[in-house]
Write a protein that binds this ligand. Structure first.
Ligand SMILES: Nc1ncnc2c1ncn2[C@@H]1O[C@H](COP(=O)(O)OP(=O)(O)OP(=O)(O)O)[C@@H](O)[C@H]1O
Ligand SMILES: O=P(O)(O)OC[C@H]1O[C@H](OP(=O)(O)OP(=O)(O)O)[C@H](O)[C@@H]1O
Ligand SMILES: [Mg+2]
Length: 288
């Protein structure tokens, strides 16, 4: 069986299980069980902390896993792992941050200061890039409390919306140290053998299919022959649009994939060039 590690809690747990279920995997497990077997797909899911997945996915005990790019960078496992797919959730940035009205206003001023963080390696590496040294104070979570408590002079932490920083009276310093999202990763080492390699391939294709179905829609419209060239330039599709004839002379029907984020803009432009009956359909699943 292919051994797939899935975050058992935290920000990545919900989106990961939803993605795998949409991709046709069964993650059903007994109450509090940390393993689930999907015999139909020949996959064994291991429910683990995202940070432990990052530390161990290249070590031979797991075949593939879903974790955060920042956790991989923090674990220093970049050489022993290969990123197979970016999953588009768990997006975050990692920043140095200080008290809003405190004395520190730039990264170089962190030289010799105590910096609270769950990712001491990342913070130290970032400091080294600025030619300074920090004194990391390691905390597992709620890092934003450290400045007010007097435990540290600054923090280095994950920022998503910025609410946690604001609530703690902190502000970011400089550029993000790292941008991160959830990824599917595997060990970079030896082949897993024919059967498991095939299962990894199928998993990657299925997940990519779900992500594509989430980010594209199908757009259908009718278009006068005279506007076809302009209209298909507006909707070039992923590869190329499909054009079918209509009973109405001088008109064709066009079908193309359109990025979900562009739907309204594309419809405006198509209407302007004379397209009619523009229909947008959600994708349930796809392989592009
Ligand atoms: N608020 C957030 N929004 C989006 N992604 C986040 C957020 N907090 C952490 N992440 C990302 O989620 C991944 C997992 O982080 P981590 O292992 O710290 O778990 P967590 O989601 O913070 O849960 P917990 O702290 O309860 O264990 C990391 O890649 C991190 O960048
Ligand atoms: O910018 P925001 O949207 O506020 O999100 C960022 C916060 O989310 C995470 O905390 P989490 O909830 O995982 O708690 P933790 O500090 O205990 O890890 C992270 O460590 C930040 O504290
Ligand atoms: Mg956390």
């Amino acid at each position: 069986m292919l051994r797939v590690a899935v975050p058992n809690k935290g920000s990545l747990h919900g989106p990961t299980t939803q993605l795998l279920e949409e991709a046709g995997y069964r993650l059903h497990r007994e109450h509090r069980a940390l393993f689930a077997e999907d015999r139909g797909n020949n996959v064994r899911f291991i429910f683990w902390r995202a940070s432990d997945i990052a530390r161990n996915v290249g070590a031979g005990v797991l075949d593939v896993g879903i974790t955060g790019q920042d956790l991989l960078a923090g674990a220093g496992t970049a050489e022993s792992t290969t990123e197979l797919l970016r999953l588009g959730f768990g997006s975050s940035r990692f920043y140095f941050a200080v008290a809003n009205d405190g004395p520190i206003t730039s990264v170089p001023e962190l030289d010799g200061k105590r910096v609270a963080t769950s990712f001491p390696k990342l913070a130290e590496q970032a400091a080294a890039r600025h030619g300074i040294r920090i004194e990391p104070v390691e905390l597992d979570g709620a890092v934003e409390t450290a400045v007010e408590l007097g435990l540290a002079d600054a923090i280095a932490d994950v920022v998503e919306t910025g609410s946690s920083l604001r609530a703690a009276g902190l502000t970011t310093l400089g550029e993000p140290i790292l941008r991160s999202q959830a990824v599917l990763v595997r060990g970079a080492g030896a082949s897993l053998g024919e059967e498991r390699e095939h299962a990894v391939e199928v998993l990657g294709q299925r997940l990519r299919g779900v992500l594509d179905a989430r980010s594209y829609v199908v757009m259908d419209y009718n278009c006068p022959d005279s506007a076809l060239e302009t209209a298909t330039a507006i909707t070039p599709g992923k590869e190329s649009p499909t054009i079918s004839s209509l009973t109405e002379p001088g008109w064709v029907a066009v079908r193309a994939m359109v990025p979900r984020a562009d739907v309204q803009d594309v419809m405006d432009k198509l209407a302007e060039v004379g397209a009619t009956e523009i229909l947008v359909t959600r994708l349930e699943a796809c392989r592009l």
